[in-house]
Design a protein around this ligand. Structure first.
Ligand SMILES: [Zn+2]
Ligand SMILES: [Zn+2]
Ligand SMILES: [Zn+2]
Length: 160
């Protein structure tokens, strides 16, 4: 009585080995030059304006001296003032009203006068919405925050 088990398990061999650890290390080291360290927390975020979904466009002139470009948006009252390299109206605004949070329309960085430091808009969740809107107004497209999500989507679609 031959009792042969003929069910052979088919070995699926997937040969998808990627050796990219060296490339990733190179990418990390390459991104380090010229980076200004930004704070990932700030105690003054409770002074942010409640509604930052409507802000002035990046070409809005300074509310005091009409300086036309590279101004700062006060994130507490949404007024626009010129930088410390022009007539220091954003700095004066902080000194007069204690509005310490400002977004630069020249490079979209966020500065806290009270912390005397730049703030990391990607790490601080309360700053991301207004940063995204400012980026949209300045460049006509959203900032590349969602790169990781896009990569994951295209990854799952890749297996046909
Ligand atoms: Zn000014
Ligand atoms: Zn203000
Ligand atoms: Zn602060």
């Amino acid at each position: 009585m031959a009792n042969e088990a003929t069910s052979s398990s088919s070995a699926v061999s997937s040969l998808q080995q990627e050796q990219q650890q060296d490339e990733e290390e190179l990418m990390l080291y390459g991104a380090g030059s010229g980076w200004v360290e930004a704070r990932t927390s700030c105690e003054h975020l409770n002074s942010l304006a409640s509604d930052l979904s409507h802000i002035s466009t990046p070409d809005t002139p300074c509310f005091r001296c009409q300086h036309p470009a590279e101004n700062w948006l006060c994130l507490c009252c949404k007024d626009v003032f010129c930088s410390r390299f022009v007539n220091k109206h954003m700095l004066q605004h902080y000194q007069q009203k204690n509005h310490c949070l400002a977004l630069s329309y020249s490079d979209l960085s966020v500065w806290c006068f009270s912390c005397d430091a730049y703030l990391d808009v990607q790490a601080i969740g309360q700053l991301r919405p207004v940063y995204e809107i400012a980026h949209l107004l300045k460049f006509g497209e959203a900032p590349p925050f969602r790169t990781m999500e896009c990569l994951q989507v295209s990854f799952s679609q890749a297996g046909s």
